[in-house]
Design a protein around this ligand. Structure first.
Ligand SMILES: [Zn+2]
Length: 445
């Protein structure tokens, strides 16, 4: 008995030393459902403990006052991370569908052949590391589309293979060519969707212009494969008709929108007004940086501008700025069955958040118009990983690496290889294939 008591005391003292001191940030909160001016978010041990207008801060907690907006970190449900080392690809023509450009010699010369060469040289993990740093500088704290191997040293949360959220998460299956899935893969995906907690299936469907026959046929094929199921989310969906969105809403199928890449490749994007009217759960994500955005901040800004062009004197634009912010935070979390764990400042969520400079009266508008240099802080699991050096230090960061983003000095906390060494190695390898490394941020978009 005494021995048991001794063990218990040892355990308790170990737990006490593992306890982090609470951290409080005070500023304008975007929860994201509401805006709370002069709110406080209190974090401890990687989680949000409390947030709101009247949070009681424990004695001894250091409160950092923020002249800006505090929001949940962005959740990116559509990326192809390792391709983000390539600079922007400006096709001189518009394509019908993805099947068109993927077989063009220009795609092979500029992207697929050098990509394969880089992977053969053993650069894949560095490509992923660079892409995750790029994503973090765009406010992303959770993402998909990385390599199915542990080579990123835990930068952002990799939802599709290692979300680091404990055991209460379903499996997230991410698939670029769902109609190539064999019976075994299809059975695995359906098993994930039927499991408890429910898993998710994120698939590229109908990626092409709205008049492209192959793209519009894919929705019928999706139904034929028995995949109109809760937990499935369709990525792109440019060829999806308004009546198809109604079917998706009824079946509990979500939609991931990537407007910039759609418009650059196909000259058009999905019918988001119809998707919204049908009540489809919608997320926004950057696709990849060669034809999409560097990350979510850029994609939100692009989407907001595009949205403004869609209204007329009689009809308002289809989306509010608040809709866009929800599409980058709470809604994608719900789509992959992670509501309550990420995507919100509510108590119990992982302490994944961002701080931006406030650039207008409307906090939602600020979030959809932030330039990369105005992202002041990124916190993942309660740890400050990126931002302005002074703010990082205030909340406990100790050994950051400085670099410049669009003329502003930023700091990133990395374990293992430095960003400078990663860039050097990648640049050298890419030069062997006649390509140059894409910058962390294109700036000025
Ligand atoms: Zn894609």
């Amino acid at each position: 008995m005494r021995r048991h008591l001794f063990c218990l005391l040892l355990l308790l003292s170990a737990a006490a030393t593992a306890q982090q001191a609470p951290i409080a940030l005070e500023g304008t909160l975007v929860t994201p459902q509401d805006v709370i001016p002069h709110g406080i978010v209190l974090m401890q041990n990687g989680k949000i403990v409390a947030s709101g207008a009247d949070v009681k801060v424990p004695t001894g907690t250091k409160v950092t006052h923020i002249e800006g907006v505090i929001a949940p970190g962005f959740i990116d449900l559509h990326n192809h991370l390792t391709y983000n080392v390539f600079p922007r690809w400006k096709p001189i023509e518009e394509f019908g569908s993805r099947y068109d450009w993927q077989q063009k010699p220009v795609y092979n010369v500029l992207l697929s052949a050098p990509y394969a060469g880089m992977v053969k040289l053993g650069m894949a993990c560095d490509m992923e590391r660079y892409a995750e740093i790029k994503a973090i500088t765009e406010g992303e704290t959770s993402l998909v589309g990385g390599l199915q191997q542990a080579c990123s040293n835990g930068l952002a949360r990799n939802l599709d293979y290692d979300p680091e959220l404990g055991s209460s998460t379903g499996k997230i299956v991410y698939n670029v060519f769902p109609f190539q899935m064999n019976e075994v893969q299809l059975a695995e995906a359906k098993a994930a969707l039927a499991a408890t907690p429910r898993g998710s299936l994120l698939i590229h469907v109908a990626e092409g212009g709205p008049n492209d026959a192959s793209a519009s046929r894919e929705f019928t094929m999706l139904k034929g494969r028995g995949l109109l199921l809760p937990g499935v989310s369709v990525i792109h969906g440019v060829g999806i008709k308004p009546e198809n969105f109604a079917e998706m809403a009824k079946a509990g199928v979500g939609f991931v929108w990537s407007p910039r890449s759609n418009i650059e490749l196909y000259g058009d994007t999905a019918r988001v007004a119809a998707a919204k009217a049908a009540g489809v759960q919608m997320a926004i994500a950057p696709d990849w940086s060669p034809t999409g955005s560097d990350g979510t901040l850029g994609e939100l800004k692009y989407a907001s501008r595009w949205n403004q062009t869609q209204g007329s004197q009689q009809t308002p634009p289809p989306l509010f700025e608040r809709d866009l912010v929800l599409m980058a935070t709470a809604t994608p979390a719900a789509m992959v069955n992670l509501a309550g764990q990420i995507g919100s400042l509510a108590a119990g969520n992982a302490a994944d958040l961002i701080v931006i400079r406030e650039i207008g009266d409307d906090a939602y508008w600020s979030l959809t118009h932030t330039a990369p240099q105005d992202l002041e802080l990124v916190v993942i699991g309660g740890q400050a990983v990126y931002g302005d050096a002074a703010l990082m230090k205030q909340i406990g960061a100790t050994h950051g690496e400085d670099f410049e983003v669009c003329g502003a000095k930023k700091t990133i906390e990395l374990t293992g290889k430095s960003l400078a060494d990663t860039e050097k190695g990648l640049s050298h390898a890419m030069n062997q294939f006649g390509r140059t490394l894409a910058p962390i941020s294109e700036c000025g978009n």
